[in-house]
Ligand binder design. Structure first.
Ligand code: PEP
Length: 254
């Protein structure tokens, strides 16, 4: 059974005090997570020690990073290596978010390097893919996303790919309040799974969690997560509001 995951992406938001308070509110909402469910909080790097300390001992709740450098160490001022995150207890790293692709010119080949770097130290990449509005309007989203996956991930072995979490995030739905319909989400998630099945076999593809991201909120999470190939969500804006994110966690399949 693949994991059902509610992942929060706080992006570059909140003061230390606000982060502290949001973590407290989330913890107070007392989720019972099944062994098949996980909550992942991708907080700004500077709040990672705070989050790790607060979540210490909580099962199935993990702190994540929003990015990492592809090298293990060296003269890369301002950057953080995957192994550094691991050394403070962070073993999940978002890679290739559309904002990183757009504002920091992250290419598929760079993301291939980052993915390998994260896997090499035994951590879990949360690999983002998704098309811009022009591609959706041209109805070529399947081949666009397929190319992103092939270019960045197909050098991985079957043993490696099962350790990757995929986040499909149509760019036109991120932060826009415009969500893909559950049918649109299911259609492309099934397609993504078929891309992995063609390369690695159905058994491997069936083990890969594929999250949906793009204006997920309490009001639409259940409907989207109920789709057979949607294994939870990567959530931006709504993850900054404890009651919203708590309801999103509760919308996960068991
Ligand atoms: C995201 O940042 O990955 C995201 C999906 O944001 P939002 O939920 O705000 O659309």
């Amino acid at each position: 059974m693949r994991k059902q995951i509610a992942a929060a992406n706080w992006k570059m938001n909140l003061s230390h005090q606000e982060a502290d308070s949001l973590l407290d509110q989330l913890l107070a909402s007392q989720h019972h997570l099944s062994s098949n469910q996980a909550v992942i909080l991708a907080v700004p790097a500077i709040y990672i020690p705070l989050a790790v300390q607060k979540l210490n001992g909580k099962s199935n709740i993990f702190v994540a990073a929003q990015n990492c450098h592809q090298k293990s160490n060296g003269a890369y001022t301002g950057e953080i290596a995957a192994s550094m995150y691991a050394s403070v207890g962070v073993h999940h790293i978002i890679l290739g978010h559309s904002e990183r692709r757009e504002f920091f010119a992250e290419s598929d080949s760079l993301l291939a390097e980052k993915t390998e770097a994260v896997l090499a130290i035994g951590s879990t990449p949360i690999f983002c893919c998704g098309e811009p509005l022009s591609i959706r309007e041209a109805e070529t989203q399947n081949s666009f996303v397929e190319a992103q996956l092939k270019n960045a991930l197909f050098q991985l072995s079957a043993d490696q790919i099962v350790k990757v979490v995929i986040a499909y995030e149509p760019i036109w739905a991120i932060g826009s309040g415009k969500t893909a319909t559950s049918e649109q989400a299911q259609e492309i998630h099934a397609y993504i799974r078929s891309v992995f099945a063609a390369k690695y076999g159905q058994n491997i593809a069936d083990q890969i969690s594929i999250l949906y991201g793009g204006s997920v909120k309490a009001a639409n999470a259940k409907e989207i997560f109920s789709q057979p190939d949607v294994d939870g969500g990567l959530v931006g804006g709504a993850s900054l509001i404890a009651t919203e994110f708590a309801a999103i966690i509760n919308a996960l399949k068991p």
